[in-house]
Design a protein around this ligand. Structure first.
Ligand code: GRE
Ligand code: ZN
Length: 326
């Protein structure tokens, strides 16, 4: 399919490059670091070869979220957003931008988000899970009450928030002790991000902001498969959900979330997601440079869905969600 749009596609600046080290085997670092630093060379060639017209670019992970010092977090976010804005300006037909945000400080995050949308023309934010704030060994999730003013700004700006994975901190990852191979994209990323998304649903955020839209990668981080059980466990007890939110998890998943195909090129998983949230809420993505664009595109272009759904997922849903005109 020509004209695809992909939106979990990362770049790095020198300040954040080393955040991408250590996930993949050592011998791949030369290749990975070259991929993530490149913007208009190999990346655009890969896009052209695989029918990707536009990438919405975001900073690598965990980057800003892992900088406990709030002024430094703000500095790195602003710097990376400025760099990205220049690339988008140079290639308006090929790139758009997601803001990196210093959620270590809600006022700074709000100001940067407003700047990114109003001044730089970005189409949303991409944030790498919880933020470490002041002390390295801390994890603040965005359902916490202090983040409500930030969500108010997101709702006013009417742009989506991409909740991207990061690993749990060592002090919070006992379940993985002795099993480091389960960290990262194998399992820990998805577990961490799915729980974060469930926390956002359960806290009542979407009752306060019914139009707020969160994007999840990796075919929804396991949630489409599990959401029925989240709502219906022990149904014979007829116990109402014991959380502050007013509605079921499924309803929020269907009305406040979009799901991308990043890093999960599996038709069975796609069909499951389509059956839970509908083809209107699924968006093609690759997860470059951590996944290959050809692996994503060859699978997606031939997977067994209708051509109408392929057009929606590959392109039309993203044009509409992000208000993009090409
Ligand atoms: C990602 O951005 O999805 C990612 C990383 C690091 C390793 C693998 C991966 O940030 O998919
Ligand atoms: Zn990613």
């Amino acid at each position: 399919m020509e004209g695809k749009i992909a939106l979990e596609e990362h770049y790095a600046i020198e300040d954040t490059l080393m955040d991408s080290a250590g996930y993949l085997p050592e011998h791949t670092w030369a290749e990975l670091s070259a991929r993530v630093l490149d913007i208009e060379g190999r990346r655009i060639e890969e896009m052209d070869r695989n029918g990707v017209e536009l990438m919405i670019l975001s900073l690598n992970a965990p980057a800003v979220q892992a900088i406990p010092d709030r002024r430094r977090a703000n500095e790195v976010a602003r710097k990376s957003n400025d760099v990205l804005a220049e690339w988008v300006e140079r290639h308006p037909g090929r790139f758009r931008g997601f803001a990196a945000l210093p959620l270590q400080d809600v006022d700074m995050a709000c100001a940067e988000m407003q700047r990114c949308v109003n001044d730089l023309g970005f189409v949303g934010a991409l944030v790498n899970g919880f933020s470490q704030i002041d002390e390295p060994d801390t994890a603040y999730y965005y359902d916490l009450p202090q983040f409500r003013p930030f969500w108010q700004v997101m709702a006013e700006l009417e742009v989506p928030f991409y909740l991207h994975p990061r690993n749990p901190l060592p002090s919070m990852a006992q379940i993985y002790d002795g099993h480091p191979w389960l960290m990262g994209p194998t399992w820990a990323f998805g577990q961490e991000t799915a729980v974060h998304a469930l926390r956002l649903m359960a806290c009542g955020l979407f009752d306060e902001h019914p139009d707020l839209q969160i994007v999840l990668g990796h075919m929804g981080e396991g949630l489409p498969f599990s959401i029925w059980r989240c709502d219906n466990r022990n149904a014979w007890t007829e116990a109402p959900p014991a959380y502050p939110a007013k509605r079921t998890f499924s309803e929020y998943l269907q009305e406040n979330f979009y799901i991308t195909t990043s890093g999960n090129f599996r038709t069975q998983a796609l069909i499951n997601a389509m059956l839970e949230v509908g083809a209107d809420r699924i968006l093609f993505s690759a997860d470059w440079p951590f996944e290959n664009i050809d692996h994503a595109a060859i699978w997606f272009d031939s997977c067994t869905i209708s051509e109408a759904d392929r057009r929606k997922i590959g392109r039309l849903n993203s044009l509409e969600l992000f208000g993009i005109e090409l």
